[in-house]
Design a binder for this molecule. Structure first.
Ligand code: SAH
Length: 372
């Protein structure tokens, strides 16, 4: 249902939160339950559901499809990565694509999705399109889950100002029995199960009317093999891609390398700072000064459990501070980013100043010594 139209209804029957938000929340809850990696929103309109879904961390591929390119283009910029996404790339990869086309046509770009959402779409389809819709969505795309929402016409008498359909572009509006019989037949044909639900509760005492928006959640009852996807693949693409955004991700070696270099320098700076302050404390205190050894006993106390072996201790030699890579690698964030010590060495090679044997990060402290 169109948002503006709905706003009119909420004057009297107040859905809180508004019905379109409840529908989108319903989808978000499904995503949290099933954790799909690839989600396609058919009839995505202004991309508001896609925008909400891009924050779901399990999703790696998001696609939108609409027959009206202009409505998608209006707000598609909201699906682009922000500066913060480049400054702090996420661990997951995320690609968002928008296609211009009809749900009545098959296109290979719609294969391989885990969840397909059709929110307030089917009532906009002409009869021939509605006939082709199940074959495209359930037969060809065949995702694990399909969610379809549509107005419940039995609720309409409760909506002031609605004499026929809720929106001028609706081609039909179904009662609960009509939707359920279409959904059950579709599920039977394509080997899916279906469960009915909805959003927008009827007023107390009028429960028989059902939800304002009726929803069917379809779950595929057979496993999908690579061959069954390939077998149906048509040769030609019919949709036009109107938008594509690939989010920066640590899965991309280039972003991972930047993140590791920053984290290594940051960690090494912290260790150096602690070492230098400890060293200063020791020199300022005559009693401790006499005990202060180049092996930095007091600093290894400070690092506690982290420094377990002699060769992990940072040390000062002349005007240089050496922070062993093994120590840096033992810090959780560096460790998580790199996975292995070999990977750490590979990612920082040639990008960070290292000792001649490559085992430690080296800082020159000539100026700091002068200041002291
Ligand atoms: N899903 C949106 C709103 C849907 S309104 C939401 O949740 O807010 C219905 C949308 O379906 C419109 O944007 C319309 O352009 C689109 N539509 C209508 N017929 C279509 C078709 N055959 N194929 C794809 N999209 C279609």
């Amino acid at each position: 249902m169109d948002k503006n139209f709905q706003e009119e209804f909420t004057e009297i029957i107040k859905f809180q939160p508004p019905l379109y938000k409840q529908r989108h929340q319903f989808v978000k809850d499904l995503v949290e339950k099933y954790k799909p990696k690839k989600v396609a929103d058919l009839g995505c309109a202004d991309c508001s559901l896609l925008w909400m879904l891009k924050f779901c961390s399990c999703i790696e591929v998001l696609a939108g499809l609409d027959i009206c390119a202009n409505v998608m283009k209006e707000k598609m910029h909201t699906l682009s990565p922000l500066p913060v996404d480049y400054l702090q790339p996420s661990e997951r990869s995320l690609t968002v694509t928008l296609h211009h086309g009809s749900v009545a046509h098959k296109d290979p770009c719609m294969l391989g999705f885990d969840l397909v959402t059709c929110i307030e779409l089917i009532e906009h389809l002409e009869e021939p399109e509605l006939k082709k819709f199940p074959e495209v969505v359930f037969g060809f795309m065949a995702p694990s889950i399909v969610v379809i929402s549509t107005p419940n016409s039995e609720f309409n008498p409760l909506l002031p100002g609605v004499t026929s359909y809720r929106h001028p572009d609706h081609k039909f509006e179904w009662s609960q029995a009509q939707f359920q019989s279409w959904a059950l037949e579709t599920a039977r044909c394509y080997n899916y199960s279906v469960e009915f639900s909805g959003v927008g509760h009827p007023p107390t005492g009028m429960e028989k009317v059902g939800f304002c928006t009726q929803i069917g959640v379809f779950v595929r009852q057979y496993p999908l093999t690579g061959e069954s996807v390939q077998a149906e693949k048509p040769t030609e693409a019919v949709y036009k891609t109107v938008f594509k955004a690939v989010y920066p991700s640590l899965k991309d070696e280039k972003y991972l390398q930047n993140a590791v270099i920053s984290e290594v320098i940051f960690t090494a700076q912290i260790i150096k700072h602690r070492l230098m302050s400890k060293r200063k404390e020791c020199y300022d205190d005559p009693e401790r000064k006499s005990k202060f050894q180049p092996s930095m006993d007091c600093f290894s106390d400070y690092l506690g459990k982290l420094v377990v072996e002699k060769n992990m201790e940072p040390f000062v030699s002349g005007n240089e501070v050496y922070i062993p890579l093994a120590t840096i690698f033992s810090f959780p964030k560096v460790n998580r980013l790199c996975g292995t010590f070999e990977k750490l060495c590979k990612l920082i090679a040639g990008k960070v100043t290292l000792s001649s044997d490559g085992s430690a990060v080296v800082f020159n402290i000539e100026h700091e010594n002068e200041e002291n």
